[in-house]
Design a protein around this ligand. Structure first.
Ligand code: NAD
Ligand code: ZN
Ligand code: ZN
Length: 343
């Protein structure tokens, strides 16, 4: 079968022929319906970020159960499933609570998950090492649902932790209306009635946010000007929650400038910016969070939000063979919503 392989940092991905895998004891073979193309893959391709290759990319996957390894029961062939992406040890305290994204034994586990150290879903089939890592998709179409397992789960986790602050009189700012950000604004609209401001440096992404029902959008190309515009909108109270889906120096600095006292900054993006602290910048009472992905329980909640029609990934599909071009399009900001590769 064809697979999109990460070889080593600094090299573009390669489309190679690899053998169809067979599930070992306790494992499940999943036939892939779609694999989302996440910006994190660009960080891996460019800088490695501590994840050595080679392996098959694709950490945002959904498909159908194709075969059960020895000893696996309870799943039927053909059942549509989302693959829960952050694979932990399954045994530590965090994993027991289903938060494998915060596995306490991560340092002794050889990979972050399929597509991030182990072979992922940019291929016709992938091996999932345990049935606990599959979540039923119900009536959702697995191709369109693939982004739920990261592009929706990651912002859902960040937003859920911020919910106590997201009262109807609060203001929430979303920075970066790409794969994660365009679902973040939908989750915020579904779960809160806080005033929502969407920010990006790309007018097409801001237009997308308006299509999704966001009333206030701001171009943050000029950070100082954007901070003034936001201050005019929110007044002395400042922004209550800033969700940064970029994580570059300009967006982290902007978050610090726009939040008020007793606020929260969540830095989700991995673009390598640094949060500087000096007294009252960010302001006193500001919580800073660096969320990573989400728990398996939260993936079940995200799937329920999609099933009830509250959130929907805007998906552009491409044949797997076009992966190199699709990564280039993502790099240049030419994907609206999420690109999904079809094997
Ligand atoms: P994407 O490329 O689809 O979207 C990024 C968006 O940010 C684009 O719309 C782009 O125009 C915008 N942008 C770029 N620079 C900007 C700036 N200076 N100011 C405002 N907007 C700017 O990317 P994505 O797949 O949504 O991923 C976003 C980030 O989140 C990446 O860094 C990715 O690695 C990271 N990520 C983190 C986690 C986690 O668990 N922490 C999970 C998934 C992705
Ligand atoms: Zn990702
Ligand atoms: Zn663990």
């Amino acid at each position: 079968m064809k697979a999109v392989r990460f070889i080593e940092e600094g090299r573009p991905p390669e489309i190679l022929d690899v053998p169809k895998p067979a599930p070992g004891p306790g494992e499940i073979l999943v036939k892939i319906a779609g694999a989302g193309v996440c910006h994190s893959d660009l960080h891996v391709l460019d800088h490695g970020i501590g994840i050595p290759g080679p392996f098959t990319l694709g950490h945002e996957n959904a498909g159908w159960v194709a075969a059960l390894g020895q000893g696996v029961t309870g799943w039927k062939e053909g059942e549509p499933v989302a693959v829960y992406g952050p694979w932990g040890c399954g045994l530590c305290h965090q994993c027991q609570t289903s938060a494998e994204n915060y596995c306490e034994r991560h340092a002794s586990i050889p990979s972050y998950g399929g597509g991030l150290g182990s072979d992922g879903g940019m291929a016709e089939y992938m091996i999932v090492p345990s049935p606990r890592l599959l979540v039923p998709l119900g009536k959702l179409n697995p191709t369109m649902a693939a982004p739920l397992s990261d592009a929706a789960l990651t912002p859902y986790h960040a937003i859920k932790a911020a919910l106590p602050l997201l009262t109807p009189d609060a203001t929430v700012v979303v920075l970066g209306i790409g794969g994660l950000g365009h679902i973040a604004v939908q989750i915020l609209k579904a779960l809160t009635s806080a005033r929502l401001i969407a920010c990006d440096i790309d007018e097409a992404k801001l237009a997308h946010a308006r299509q999704l029902g966001v009333e206030r959008t701001i171009n943050t190309q000029d950070g100082a000007l954007a901070a003034e515009e936001i201050a005019d909108l929110v007044g002395e109270r400042g922004v209550t929650v800033a969700l940064d889906f970029v994580g570059a120096q300009p967006t982290i600095d902007l978050c610090s400038r726009i939040v008020g006292r007793a606020s929260r900054i969540s830095v989700v993006g991995l673009a390598g910016g640094t949060l500087h602290y000096s007294p009252n910048m960010p302001p006193f009472g500001c919580e800073v969070s660096i969320p990573y992905w989400g728990s398996r329980t939260e993936l079940i909640e995200v799937i329920a939000l999609a099933e009830s029609g509250h959130i929907r990934a805007a998906v552009e599909t491409f044949p797997l063979e076009n992966a190199v071009d699709v990564y280039q399009r993502l790099r240049e900001g030419r994907i609206e919503g999420r690109a999904v590769l079809l094997p």
